[in-house]
Design a protein around this ligand. Structure first.
Ligand SMILES: Nc1ncnc2c1ncn2[C@@H]1O[C@H](COP(=O)(O)OP(=O)(O)OP(=O)(O)O)[C@@H](O)[C@H]1O
Ligand SMILES: [Mg+2]
Length: 407
């Protein structure tokens, strides 16, 4: 049997089928027969399903994971997000047992599996590369992992039928992968992992080969599937939109450490560090440096030509970075303390909203704001607008430490 090598496997020197074999749990046919075939109802989050405590990993002298703490509960959709090279895939591979760790503990379903081989961890994994068997039909690709686990044919037929229906693959079951579109292949790759019942489903950037439209529709499918089968999912991406929309909880990685974890809305509303503030949110937060001056009524920061009023606790003279989300900015209201004048040089009209790109007349710093409704209709390129923001929407960070100031 010939297999396709996938880029995602380079790190462990395995191709897709070998990896399948690695991740296959050792189960007897008797145990497999007893596994329920019906889709369990959606349930509330359970206890801990998968946890890393103080996990470190180096390649040679280079530390890659510098003490990762991570805990996913049963039924949870966890997303690890961060820029390229920050250690997301390494963390996923450490959970699956495809990568050893130098220190720390990996637990799955309450069991210490730090030194257990992959096949004892009962994990299903979906990779960035489709890694399908080109010479097998879609049906046989879906069944492959189950056959390898010596699952009875009767049960395989039920599982393949179930997953094929969930993923809309019925019309393609007798085709070979080369006769499928990229999105259909990706669904087969997902189906192969989901045909199994596993302690957790791990996804490593499964959508990065798809075009934008397919990415968003398959993304929705993944989340629905997770809910329908009551799965525990751990999903890696560098795309913060994917992270925000899929996650029950997300973990923002930076250079081998978790900078912040929490519900997407909490991370978005209260980024703990400048790194998280820059990374989470689209369009990105406007960040301006300045020096705080305390007043009787909060503080004011003269930030690169804009005057920002804030209630955050700052010291007089403290060097700070001010964060203004594009969606919080708007034309100033009558009688309001404004930020200052912006010269508008481009308005991108997206239908229901517009991205307004301007620069502060006093310093030339560029600012993006997102407007909708009347405000959007009234703004035009080459004009000036007086920008405003609610003081409670202003984010403030200490310039030296990069840490958030205030709640
Ligand atoms: N086998 C290896 N040997 C040496 N260095 C490695 C190895 N595998 C990964 N690395 C390095 O470890 C770091 C983290 O890699 P990892 O694959 O976990 O990043 P990532 O966050 O998944 O990035 P991406 O978003 O690009 O996939 C990178 O700097 C990478 O070059
Ligand atoms: Mg990766």
């Amino acid at each position: 049997m010939r297999a396709i090598s996938g880029r995602a496997f380079g790190c462990v020197g395995l191709d897709a089928p070998m990896l399948d074999a690695h991740l296959a749990p050792v189960v007897s046919s008797a145990a497999a027969v007893q596994t329920p075939l019906t889709v369990p109802p959606i349930k509330a989050l359970g206890g801990e399903r998968c946890a890393l405590t103080g996990v470190t990993k180096s390649y040679g002298a280079t530390p890659i994971l510098k003490g990762v703490d991570f805990d996913v509960r049963e039924g949870e959709f966890a997303v690890l997000v961060g820029p390229s090279g920050c250690g997301k895939s390494t963390t996923l591979r450490a959970i699956a047992g495809l990568e050893s760790v130098d220190a720390g503990v990996v637990r799955i379903a309450g069991r210490d599996v730090t030194h257990a081989p992959p096949q004892e961890r009962d994990i299903a994994m979906v990779f960035q590369s489709y890694a399908l068997y080109p010479h097998l039909s879609v049906r046989d690709n879906l069944a492959f992992g189950l056959r390898m686990r010596k699952t009875p044919e009767r049960e395989i037929a039920v599982r393949v039928d179930e997953v094929s229906k969930m993923l809309g693959l019925d019309p393609y079951l007798d085709r070979k992968p080369k006769a499928l579109s990229g999105g259909q292949r990706q669904r087969v790759a997902m189906g192969r992992a989901l045909a199994r019942r596993a302690q957790a489903y791990l996804y490593d950037e499964p959508l990065s080969n798809l075009d934008a439209a397919l990415r968003s529709s398959v993304r929705v499918e993944i989340r629905k599937l997770h809910d329908r089968i009551g799965a525990t999912s751990i999903y890696v991406t560098h795309d913060q939109v994917e992270a925000m929309t899929l996650a029950d909880r997300l973990w923002v990685f930076n250079g081998g450490v978790v900078e912040q974890s929490g519900a997407p809305s909490d991370v978005y509303e209260r980024p703990r560090t400048l790194f998280v503030a820059r990374f989470v949110g689209s369009p990105a937060m406007n960040l301006l440096t300045g020096r705080a001056r305390t007043t009787g009524d909060g503080a004011v920061v003269e930030a690169e030509g804009l005057t920002v009023h804030t209630n955050a606790p700052v010291r007089d003279g403290q060097e700070v970075v001010v964060g203004l989300r594009p969606q919080d900015l708007r034309p100033a209201r009558d009688g309001e303390r404004s930020l200052g004048k912006l010269h508008v040089d481009l308005v991108e009209r997206l239908g229901s909203e517009a991205l307004v790109h301007g620069w502060a007349r006093a310093s030339g710093v560029t600012i993006t704001m997102r407007l909708d409704g009347d405000a959007m209709r009234r703004v035009h390129a080459s004009e000036c607008i007086v920008a405003g923001i609610d003081a409670s929407a202003v984010h403030l960070f200490d310039a030296a430490s990069g840490l958030r100031l205030g709640a």
